[in-house]
Design a protein around this ligand. Structure first.
Ligand SMILES: [Zn+2]
Ligand SMILES: [Zn+2]
Ligand SMILES: [Zn+2]
Length: 647
């Protein structure tokens, strides 16, 4: 650690750095050797502002030929070093990128406008920096980022506090649920951050914990020593502690956090929590189980999917794992090809689909001795499963598109009947067809349930499986060249469909240059399908509405619902990804003042439907499919009709 602490402007010892030759001192800036340090009325803020102005205007460049004086700082001092001194160093006679080298001024400088200005300047020409200086710049940028996180969380904490106070006051006045000011603060923040409400709520909880219970961690964030993720880790492992214990943990963990990797910090925090209050660990797990226990299907980043339970009991998961492991071992010992890892996947999927994986063995040598390297009993829960015909097929399909699915005679074959092929499944198949060609297959990926996009091969398989199911509905949406919906028509029931044989089948992105131009074979196939579906198209209003689909009743007809949902395929709240077919159809202006018409309806997920009706929220639909949201903060956000990705 180097020393030579730099005197502040209040100390007049005449050791201020001299101006380099050729750079005239400026009036009253305190930069020059003549006046630096002596003035009691020296204004650091004004000085800094001028300095930043200069940098902004390109005036404070360091002359290329001129090297500034060597100045070093005691690392311990720099936390509170006077900005004027640093400004003097970084000014015309400053150190440039050199100030980011080890132990130089900026290498340890507190994050703020000055460090930000220096970092901006240094980053303009990274090629001129040594590796030492580059890493100093990396570290400086990280401190600035941590500081920015502090600023954001400070604002979030105050916003949260204010909305919570409004909510408490409303509760005290006995205002009913759904009408209380402050009730949807998480949604309000989520819209601004373009995040899920859950993410916004996490943010609010973190901000509040830091502001109220974790002052040391907050100070670390403010000083740039602790980043947001480390702060969140500390908040997580202290959330169930008493205030007193939390204060203790805050002190210990905030001091340790800068030097620990995330996993190390998490381990230390967990150990401390356990030591301070073992019951807190239990409470935290219980809280997470209550809030988060569920079975979840998710889209992987790769395009595949995952399916698993969250926040489950440890013993339950270990028992389930042992059972699947035992299945896999039994399959391997029975002679099925594949690694244990692959066989485990097979067994897992079979069990979840209600099939017995051991049926895959031609001879079923199902005895416990097969499980040579597993403690589990393979016979547990492996009895033949009788499908329950009243089971829901998929509770992700909640939309009223499915309301009138009758109890049909044509049930798909039960589990076990298709050990390898896809099982028929009911689905809403959306065909998106550019009106300009009418005969183009959409290159738009399909969506299955709420899980996201399917690629071309998955789409083929999915449509094939759906086309075998009598409860499948077919919707065809025609699109304008700009990708918005122009017309929609529907059909239902089983329609034989098989994926195109060649690799240029439906969903073909081709080279992405032209609108889809189907091969004659594909065109014939689509024509045949559309013909078979016997679809009549209804136009979708855009810009103005001639009210041709207006209905004199509160609940819109199926046709009108489909037109609105084809126009806006998602909840119309800003940033909300909820699919329209699972969402409420909301009268933007309450019926009967608002029309049951394309221009008066829009899909809203349940949460945003409730938000919209709460005090301070406002929603307008200035033209069909265009929604203007105003949140209680008075900020406005506009969402527009869905643009289908075609081609
Ligand atoms: Zn439809
Ligand atoms: Zn209308
Ligand atoms: Zn929504």
């Amino acid at each position: 650690m180097t020393s030579a602490p730099f005197p502040g402007p209040g100390q007049d010892d005449g050791d201020q750095p001299p101006l380099p030759p050729g750079v005239p001192p400026r009036d009253g800036t305190g930069y020059g050797a003549d006046d630096a340090g002596a003035d009691d009325d020296w204004d650091a803020d004004a000085d800094l502002a001028r300095f930043l102005e200069d940098i902004e205007a390109g005036r404070a460049q360091i002359p290329e030929e001129t090297r500034g004086p060597e100045v070093t700082f005691s690392v311990g001092e720099t936390g509170d070093v006077d900005p004027a001194v640093l400004a003097a160093m970084a000014g015309p006679d400053g150190l440039g990128g050199q100030c980011f080298a080890t132990d130089k001024a900026a290498d340890v400088m507190r994050p703020g406008p000055l460090l930000s200005a220096l970092a901006e300047q240094a980053a303009q020409d990274p090629g001129a920096l040594s590796a030492d200086e580059l890493l100093g710049l990396v570290s400086a940028a990280r401190r600035l980022q941590n500081r920015a996180e502090y600023l954001e969380l400070t604002a979030v904490a105050e916003f949260t506090r204010r909305r919570a106070a409004e909510l408490e006051a409303a509760k005290a006045r006995k205002v009913p649920r759904g009408c209380r000011p402050g009730e949807f603060a998480d949604q309000e923040l989520a819209i601004e951050l373009v995040s899920t409400a859950q993410a916004a709520e996490d943010r609010m909880e973190l901000a509040t914990a830091l502001a109220t219970r974790l002052p040391q961690t907050l100070a670390g964030l403010a000083a740039g020593r602790i980043d947001g993720d480390r702060a969140a880790t500390i908040a997580c492992y202290t959330q169930c502690l008493s205030d007193e214990h939390a204060a203790l943990a805050d002190q210990v963990l905030a001091a340790a956090a800068p030097a620990l990797r995330y996993d190390q910090l998490a381990r230390k925090a967990a150990a401390l929590e356990m030591k301070l209050d073992p019951e807190a660990v239990k409470r935290r797990k219980e809280a997470a189980r209550k809030a988060g226990q569920r079975v979840q299907a998710r889209r992987e980043a790769s395009g595949n999917m995952s399916y698993g339970g969250r926040e489950l009991g440890t013993a339950d998961v270990l028992a389930a794992k042992a059972s699947i492991d035992a299945d896999a071992v039994a399959l391997r010992n029975g002679g099925l090809a594949g690694t244990l890892r692959e066989l485990r996947v097979l067994a897992f999927l079979d069990r979840l689909a209600g099939r017995d994986p051991l049926d895959r063995l031609t001879a079923t040598p199902d005895d416990g001795s097969a499980c040579d390297d597993s403690a589990a009993d393979p016979a547990t829960g492996t009895g033949p499963q009788t499908p329950d015909p009243t089971d829901d097929y998929d509770d992700d399909y909640e939309g009223d598109d499915y309301d009138d699915w009758g109890s049909d005679e044509e049930r798909p074959a039960g589990p076990g009947a298709h050990p390898d092929g896809p099982a028929p499944l009911p689905a809403l198949i959306n065909l998106i067809v550019p009106a300009a060609t009418l005969l183009g297959w959409s290159g738009a990926p399909a969506e299955a349930g709420g899980w996201g996009l399917l690629d071309r091969d998955d789409t083929s398989q999915f449509v094939q499986a759906a086309s075998m199911h009598p409860r499948t509905r077919w919707c065809v949406t025609l699109t304008r060249p700009d990708g918005t919906a122009i017309a929609h028509g529907c059909a239902r029931g089983r329609h034989s469909w098989s994926p195109a044989r060649d690799r240029d089948g439906p969903g073909n992105p081709r080279d992405g240059t032209d609108p889809p131009c189907p091969t004659p074979e594909q065109a014939a196939q689509l024509t045949q399908l559309l013909h078979g579906l016997n679809v009549t198209f209804a136009p979708i209003a855009k810009g103005n509405c001639d009210h041709r689909h207006r209905e004199d009743r509160y609940t819109p007809s199926r046709t009108l619902k489909h037109l609105v949902r084809a126009r806006n395929t998602r909840c119309t709240a800003p940033g909300c990804g909820a699919q329209a077919h699972c969402a409420d159809l909301d009268h933007t202006t309450a019926y009967p003042d608002g029309l049951t018409c394309e221009c008066g309806l829009g899909p809203l997920c349940r949460r945003h439907h409730r938000c919209k009706q709460a005090p301070g929220w406002r929603l307008d639909q200035p033209e069909p499919g265009v929604f203007r949201w105003t949140t209680p903060s008075g900020r406005g956000y506009t969402t527009t009709p869905t643009v289908y990705e075609i081609g």
